[in-house]
Ligand binder design. Structure first.
Ligand code: ZN
Length: 103
């Protein structure tokens, strides 16, 4: 299973957001959860505070279980099989097995 980290593009495998793709905003490894941009957005009601002068309904991403996410290619926007490529300085990096876009 691919390790998902902040900044990765992921696709949701199941649940109400199935098939949607977004960018990982934050990972909680100890809880096996991740926040994904624009996915699983919950409406929070916030009272006016010093941070938000107006308060009101604030949309905010809810965490999704990592087990329901899979790494996607930023170019294909689809779940990908990962490959590895090695540079001349022997740095390894992940690539999309389909289009070879660096992940
Ligand atoms: Zn690709």
């Amino acid at each position: 299973m691919a390790r998902i980290k902040k900044g990765d593009i992921v696709t949701v495998l199941s649940g109400k957001e199935k098939g949607k793709t977004g960018k990982v905003l934050r990972v909680f490894p100890d809880r096996q959860l991740a926040l994904v941009e624009h996915l699983n957005v919950l409406k929070h009601f916030e009272r006016p505070s010093q941070q938000s002068q107006t308060g009101g309904i604030v949309p905010r991403e809810g965490p999704l279980p990592l087990s329901r996410l899979t790494l996607a290619c930023p170019r294909c926007r689809k779940p990908v099989r990962m490959g590895w490529q090695v540079t001349q300085t022997s740095d390894k990096y992940r690539v999309c097995a389909r289009c070879e876009e660096r992940l």
